[in-house]
Design a binder for this molecule. Structure first.
Ligand SMILES: Nc1ncnc2c1ncn2[C@@H]1O[C@H](COP(=O)(O)OP(=O)(O)OP(=O)(O)O)[C@@H](O)[C@H]1O
Ligand SMILES: [Mg+2]
Length: 225
């Protein structure tokens, strides 16, 4: 069996509107189990668009995304939802934490969706928060966290299910160098322990250089950086 967890071929995305925006022209990517891939590129080059397509949060204009051997666009809405929950973890550029739930409840959410019992899920959530240095903030609401703390909380939420692949959109964007380093180390531990692959969008060249593969999104396609 191939160890490719996530791939896309000939991916094209045009945003329709008064003036159509041709963001992705032809994107090919293969991500293998445990691999860490960094995607860099200018603001507006289409990095978030690409992650959304890879995560099944939006549809491509042309081309296919294959997650663990199955094309996302051939799945029913329900199957796609299950795949997102069971196979992928997503860290959004803007954290999307639920404001009325505490940090640990937010992190436990993907486990509750999988019908894990409340106590076990909360224990796993606290362990994930500890991994990103947030053990002391587990009972805080998102509104009581700093920007970087919210980002780390969102990262813990993406990691808590030990998914096959985490798609992370600038997960260290608001963090100081040392904290960014801690988040990166948590990522390395997870990929070593569970074979979790990471696709990491970042503007931080030093961080990108620590991944196995650095790609640049430019003129609608990925190029080796
Ligand atoms: N829903 C939309 N409708 C129309 N155009 C869009 C839409 N979303 C994004 N765009 C445009 O597509 C282009 C790519 O956007 P995207 O958010 O993918 O860029 P990015 O590489 O993530 O940038 P940044 O580094 O600033 O986050 C931008 O020019 C943006 O204006
Ligand atoms: Mg973006």
């Amino acid at each position: 069996m191939s160890d490719v967890v996530l791939s896309c071929r000939g991916l094209k995305k045009t945003y329709q509107g008064p003036a159509p925006v041709h963001v992705l022209l032809n994107v090919d990517l293969e991500v293998r189990a445990g691999e860490r891939v960094a995607i860099m590129g200018r603001s507006g080059s289409g990095k978030s668009t690409l992650l959304h397509l890879l995560g099944g949060l939006d549809f491509a204009t042309e081309g296919v995304v294959v997650v663990q051997g199955r094309a996302l666009n051939e799945m029913s809405e329900k199957e796609r939802g299950n795949t997102r929950n069971r196979t992928l973890g997503f860290v959004y550029q803007f954290h999307h934490l639920l404001p009325e739930f505490t940090a640990e409840e937010n992190v436990a959410m993907p486990l509750w969706i999988r019908r894990m019992d409340r106590g076990t899920a909360l224990a796993k959530a606290r362990a994930a928060l500890k991994e990103v240095g947030l053990a002391a903030r587990a009972a805080h609401l998102p509104g009581e966290l700093s920007g970087g703390e919210r980002q780390r909380c969102a990262f813990a939420r993406a990691m808590v299910t030990a998914p096959a692949c985490v798609l992370a959109d600038e997960p260290t964007g608001n963090l100081d160098t040392q904290t960014a380093d801690e988040v990166f180390e948590a990522m390395v531990r997870l990929s070593n322990a569970h074979g979790t692959a990471f696709v990491l969008v970042t503007h931080d060249a030093a961080l990108a250089a620590r991944t196995e593969r650095v790609l640049e999104l430019k003129d609608g396609a990925l190029h080796p950086a």
